[in-house]
Design a protein around this ligand. Structure first.
Ligand code: MF3
Ligand code: CO
Length: 249
């Protein structure tokens, strides 16, 4: 079932999303060579709790941390660890969210550790831009496939591939709601977009092929071919006046 949110609900959800965005920026500011992913996770959790919210990934299907932190060839769902130190040249995908007064925010971004390769920069730029292409296509009266297609077309025009096993999603009083929001598909297909829908759009993009595999830890998703991967995500509201990014200041 797809839940449409009222203006009042959207106002609360915007606050959950503002906190989620703030926590992501806190991690972004702390990213540097030598910092461990567990330290970054702790910063995000402290920030979220200081705002009267709760980290919504922690305990979700048994997930043990506030943030998912995935490095280089890791696509998503990397588990923060005291043993994992960032190194100059890494790219680091951070995904996290906050639950506030019953509503969820969800966002992600890939950050550079110091100076990174030209390929890594181009991958991050392409993935971020593909998210904005998807957001621009999220208009009331359109369909989910418009978003999916906009992302896929942009990514593939740049010679990269879109991960298919994991998709974006509705978000609201649950972290994951209907509908699914794939990062590949055909315009004019899928669920109709209506004012009051809130969706997390989250392209995961690989330099090499689209295939991924999961580590024996049951969480960490890696590219099958070892190529670099990036991930950007915003929670977006569909309104009569166009898409609104909720995960913002
Ligand atoms: N961040 C994922 C998403 O965007 C959900 C993470 S699942 C968790 O949909 F268990 F790691 F929290
Ligand atoms: Co999400």
């Amino acid at each position: 079932m797809i839940v449409l949110k009222t203006g009042r609900e959207l106002a609360v959800m915007r606050e959950a999303c503002r906190i989620s965005y703030g926590a992501l920026q806190e991690i972004g500011k702390a990213i540097e060579p030598g910092v461990t992913t567990a330290e970054l996770d702790r910063l995000a959790e402290a920030y979220i709790r200081s705002k009267g919210a709760v980290p919504n990934f922690k305990g979700y299907e048994g997930y043990p941390a506030t943030a998912c932190i995935s490095i280089n060839n890791e696509v998503i769902h990397g588990i923060p660890s005291k043993k994992r130190k960032l190194v100059e040249g890494d790219i680091v995908s951070v995904d996290l969210g906050a639950l506030y007064e019953g509503y969820h925010g969800d966002n992600a971004a890939t950050f550079a550790v110091g100076t990174v390769s030209d390929e890594a920069k181009r991958l991050m730029d392409t993935t971020r831009e593909s998210l904005y292409e998807g957001i621009r296509a999220a208009r009331a009266g359109g369909r989910i496939g418009d978003i999916s297609h906009a992302i896929q077309a942009y990514v593939e025009a740049h010679g990269y591939s879109v991960v298919r096993q994991y998709v974006g999603h509705g978000v609201g009083t649950s972290l994951h709601e209907a509908p699914e929001v794939p990062n590949f598909g055909s315009p004019g297909r899928g669920v109709r977009l209506l004012p009051g829908m809130t969706i997390a759009i989250e392209p995961m993009v690989n330099v090499g092929g689209p295939a991924v595999r999961v580590l024996p830890d049951g969480w960490t998703v890696l590219t099958s071919d070892g190529s670099l991967s990036a991930h950007f995500e915003h929670t977006v509201a569909i309104t009569a006046d166009g898409p609104q990014i909720l995960t913002a200041d």
